[in-house]
Design a protein around this ligand. Structure first.
Ligand SMILES: Nc1ncnc2c1ncn2[C@@H]1O[C@H](COP(=O)(O)OP(=O)(O)OP(=O)(O)O)[C@@H](O)[C@H]1O
Ligand SMILES: [Mg+2]
Length: 577
């Protein structure tokens, strides 16, 4: 927090100073009122002769002073808002940047819903805290201290009221804060849950509808939402006690002031106007206390939120840059006795994998679903780190690379094509934003995407809806392939990236790939043997192990698993040419 405060402390301080001005005016006003009543109207000190010119002049001064106070109030409001918004903006930006550097595992640990709540709701709470603290703290402390001094300066006999009312209010506020504080932690957690359910369901709305699960999902949402409302209600019910109890204390204190004042007036020790001023002061003091209570409430809520934001800000990226100087780029990939299991899950996913993929090679990986193909290639750009053994790119361990340098050498088409809600062109340009129009078109043509893009209403400028849902599965894949091809890389990984293409298009794409990038290393994962039978070498995976390695012909002769896959696909009626 200190880091953020350091940047904006001057604005906060100026805001607080303007608040001092505003409160000073508020505290000064009852004094003028007392003067108008005692001297102007009752004519005390002037043998009972009212002084109307004093009423007018003091009244005018009061108006001027109020305008001054109002100006201070506006300035204070502007400055504290600037302070709060900027502070929140910085925290939000830093959190987002931090999240962008999280490993997959770290993002999963927090959950997307919780990260969204933190970066929106929690930041707002911290913003409120910062603003209320600068504005309110000054205000209520001045009301408390200044009001007490002003009240006692009217007459010391009022001190009994302060001595009883203030501790009573402290007791009340303390009790409510003690009760609500743990609820704030729960409240944010419940908000996380609601956001997670919303996020999952909006992203997966097609699945929900396809399986007619609207009712079940609505129930799930209602459950999360009810839990949130319940907690919120518990907080609000507790807080709703605050003002009425405070008002009772305030009214009792006012009665006590009038009673004490009346005794003093009867004894000739006080003028009636002074009682009026005293009543204003006591209500200012007790209102100050009430505001303090509100601030403490925002403080405890803001502190919970700040803790949650700190968890994000203090989470160091799990993957550390190796920072060694990268060797010359050639496109070689090596797995050296690699074992791998996902973090938090001891089940081995890859077992003692050793592979040497040569520069320029068309290397294919095939195997049944869940055998570890995606897990294997994810280790190359360090989406995860190998649990044991080494993964080498261009001869150097991936852990020794600067992450950016490593990932710049690799172009990747994920198993699930992820597109963003922008134009088709911008989706392709994501891999190389400075690419020329010709390069974009060439990549799209190689990916067999150009024709369908040209048929779209605005060609390359056609907007894509969120997650690319306005395109067909095959169109999405081709756009994702075009994006990958645009990147100047030596290593291309296609993780089951052609599954939605028909055999003819896939064959055309392969030919284009060979022609356009003859010296790039291509690692292609596929389910269909026809997609990879022309590869230089094929690795056959089964239950996390490599059970065969060689050309199609070699594997047909030596690898039973490969033969089984071949035969099962042949029987499925697929023909291979
Ligand atoms: N993020 C993850 N956390 C934990 N386990 C995972 C994770 N991703 C995959 N697994 C598990 O690792 C194993 C291998 O998964 P992987 O995605 O590598 O399979 P695959 O060969 O690519 O399958 P497919 O052909 O269906 O894409 C599976 O048993 C899967 O359940
Ligand atoms: Mg996979």
């Amino acid at each position: 927090m200190a880091r953020y405060l350091k940047k904006y402390w001057l604005i906060a301080l100026l805001g607080a100073l303007f608040m001092v001005g505003e409160v000073y005016v508020d505290l000064y006003q009852p004094r003028m009122m007392e003067r108008i009543v005692n001297q102007g109207i009752l004519g005390l000190g002037n043998n009972g002769v009212p002084d109307l010119s004093l009423v007018t002049s003091t009244g005018l001064r009061m108006i001027l002073v109020v305008i001054l106070g109002g100006t201070c109030g506006v300035m204070c409001g502007v400055l504290t808002n600037v302070f709060g918004q900027n502070l929140g903006n910085e925290v939000r930006k830093d959190c987002f940047e931090r999240i962008m550097h999280f490993s997959f595992e770290q993002t999963d640990d927090f959950s997307a819903g919780s990260l969204i709540t933190r970066i929106t709701g929690d930041v707002t709470q911290v913003q409120n805290l910062a603003m209320q603290f600068t504005r309110g703290m000054v205000r209520c402390l001045m009301f408390l201290v200044g009001g007490s001094i002003a009240l006692l300066s009217l007459d010391l006999s009022f001190k009994k009221v302060i001595m009883i009312a203030v501790p009573l209010i402290i007791l009340e506020v303390g009790f409510i804060i003690w009760k609500t504080n743990p609820l704030f932690v729960l409240l944010q957690k419940r908000l996380d849950r609601v956001n997670s359910v919303i996020q999952e369901n909006i992203a997966g709305v097609r699945v929900v509808k396809a399986f007619v699960q609207e009712k079940r999902e609505t129930d799930r949402f209602n459950e999360a939402n009810d839990a949130l409302v319940q907690t919120q209600l518990r907080v609000l019910i507790l807080i709703s006690w605050m003002r009425p109890v405070m008002n009772i204390i305030l009214n009792l204190a006012t009665v006590a002031i009038i009673r004490i004042g009346a005794d003093q007036v009867r004894a000739g020790l006080m003028a009636p106007g002074t009682i009026m001023a005293a009543v204003t002061y006591i209500s200012q003091i007790l209102n100050g206390m009430m505001m303090l209570a509100m601030i403490f409430q925002t403080l405890s809520r803001g502190a919970v939120s700040w803790k949650r934001l700190k968890e994000v800000l203090d989470t160091a990226p799990a993957l550390k840059d190796g920072g060694k100087e990268a060797p010359e780029e050639c496109g070689a990939v090596r797995f050296d006795h690699v074992n791998f299991h996902y973090p938090g899950n001891d089940e081995p996913v890859l077992k003692d994998i050793s592979l040497d993929i040569r520069p320029g090679e068309f290397f294919a990986v095939i195997g049944s679903t869940g055998c570890g193909k995606s897990s294997l290639v994810q280790l190359i750009p360090r989406f995860y780190d190998a649990s044991e053994g080494h993964v080498l790119v261009d001869g150097m361990d991936v852990k020794d690379y600067d992450l950016t340098v490593l990932r710049e050498r690799i172009s990747y088409v994920l198993q699930k094509s992820e597109l963003f809600s922008t134009t088709i062109r911008d989706n392709i340009l994501l891999s190389r934003p400075d690419a020329s129009e010709e390069d974009v078109i060439r990549a799209a043509k190689t990916a067999q995407a150009h024709d369908f893009i040209m048929r779209q209403p605005q060609g390359y400028d056609t907007p894509v809806t969120e997650q690319g849902m306005s395109l067909s599965g095959g169109q999405r894949q081709r756009t994702a392939i075009a994006r990958a091809l645009l990147k100047n890389a030596k290593i291309f990984i296609f993780d089951d990236a052609t599954s939605a293409l028909d055999l003819k298009t896939e064959a055309a794409l392969r030919e284009e790939l060979n022609r356009a990038m003859p010296d790039a290393t291509i690692i292609m994962i596929a389910q269909r043997i026809s997609s990879i039978m022309h590869a230089d070498r094929i690795a056959v995976m089964d239950a996390g192990e490599i059970v065969g390695l060689g050309t199609h012909e070699e594997l047909m002769n030596t690898c039973r698993v490969y033969r089984d896959i071949y035969e099962s696909q042949l029987k499925g009626g697929v023909t291979y040419d």
